[in-house]
Write a protein of this length. Structure first.
Length: 340
């Protein structure tokens, strides 16, 4: 069988990498992506062969639309040439439109019903949708897919990333200090566009006589430059893309927007704070089971940092128990491929 994976974000690359590796033993695989810094660099780290077609559309609606149209135009030639039997994506709008247009079955994953633009464009055109069990099916049905075509799996997507064996690369820090990693929100995503809640959190965490290593893991080059200009040497802005597990392996406390890396840190048992930039079911689940503390006020986060670090708080055993209870979504994908 020929299978086409369209992989658009760092999270998608880390999630799909082990599936691509397993499926490639018996099937011919084509992995496409777009020219997007974190995805390109991570593909090298994870040894995933990507065919780059098009680019990220940036922060404007016009830019996103133009890039999507251009990308579809160039992708079509590649896909006709490859002639896949099946498409797998994380609700890629371009993959959905092309697959529908030339009659390829499309199995999609998603844990983001809040990504309304992507859901509206992709879901009416896919044959099967696979989602974490903590998200009600009706959250996706409203976008135009039948409930019977949605399959639950008992895992959150970060569990795949945490379980995957990675070669830990050293990240140099002052070992006499505790290390805090802050992940800014995805400010160019259609469901956020321009919000910079994390700036105030970084400011509060780094002001006065800061006793911590504060590492900020920027998502985009433009975001990185802006943060460097704003905070200077008060914080360490990561200047290269790293496998998240390498960075988390030296992290004493993680602060994230409530997305995938927040979930990764939590499932690794690292004390984790979510500033809940985009409320979602995965973050709510992690807060409910006690692996994440939610706080949106930057000043209160500053106090919470001191409390959690000085208390030596750890969730490693609880995290391991929860992680061990989760299934591998790959098995659900294999089952679904047989059905479609």
């Amino acid at each position: 069988m020929k299978i086409w994976f369209d992989i658009l974000t760092p999270k998608q690359l880390l999630f799909f990498a082990p599936m691509v590796s397993k499926l490639s033993k018996n099937h011919k695989i084509l992995c496409t992506s777009r020219n997007y810094r974190e995805v390109v660099e991570l593909s090298k780290i994870k040894n995933v062969d990507l065919k780059l077609v098009g680019k990220h559309g940036g922060s404007t609606k016009e830019g996103k639309l133009y890039s999507s149209i251009q990308r579809m135009n160039h992708l079509l030639e590649e896909i006709i040439k490859f002639s896949p039997d099946l498409t797998v994506s994380f609700c890629s709008p371009e993959a959905a439109r092309i697959s529908y247009g030339i009659g390829i079955k499309h199995v999609a994953f998603s844990d983001s019903p809040h990504a309304e633009a992507v859901m509206r464009l992709a879901l009416p055109l896919v044959q099967k949708l696979l989602i974490p069990w903590v998200i009600p099916k009706n959250e996706f049905v409203r976008y135009g897919i039948s409930k019977k075509d949605i399959m639950h799996y008992k895992a959150i997507d970060a569990s795949v990333i945490v379980r995957e064996r990675s070669r830990i690369r050293r990240v140099k820090v002052d070992k006499t200090k505790k290390t805090i990693v802050i992940r800014p929100e995805e400010s160019e995503a259609a469901y956020i566009l321009g919000k910079t809640v994390s700036d105030n959190i970084i400011y509060e965490a780094s002001k006065e006589n800061n006793p911590y290593n504060i590492i900020v893991l920027a998502r985009y080059v433009i975001q990185k430059k802006r943060l460097e200009e704003k905070f200077g040497k008060k914080v360490i802005i990561m200047d290269k893309v790293v496998d998240g597990k390498s960075l988390l392996s030296i992290t004493d406390l993680f602060i994230g927007s409530g997305g995938t890396m927040t979930a990764e840190a939590a499932l690794m048992g690292i004390p984790t704070i979510s500033y809940d930039a985009v409320p979602n079911y995965i973050e709510k689940y992690l807060v409910r089971v006690g692996l994440v503390k939610r706080e949106t006020n930057p000043k209160k986060i500053s106090f919470l940092i001191k409390k959690m670090i000085s208390g030596g708080e750890t969730n490693k055993q609880r995290a391991k128990t929860i992680l061990d209870s989760m299934e591998d979504p790959y098995l659900k994908l294999v089952q679904t491929i047989k059905e479609v």
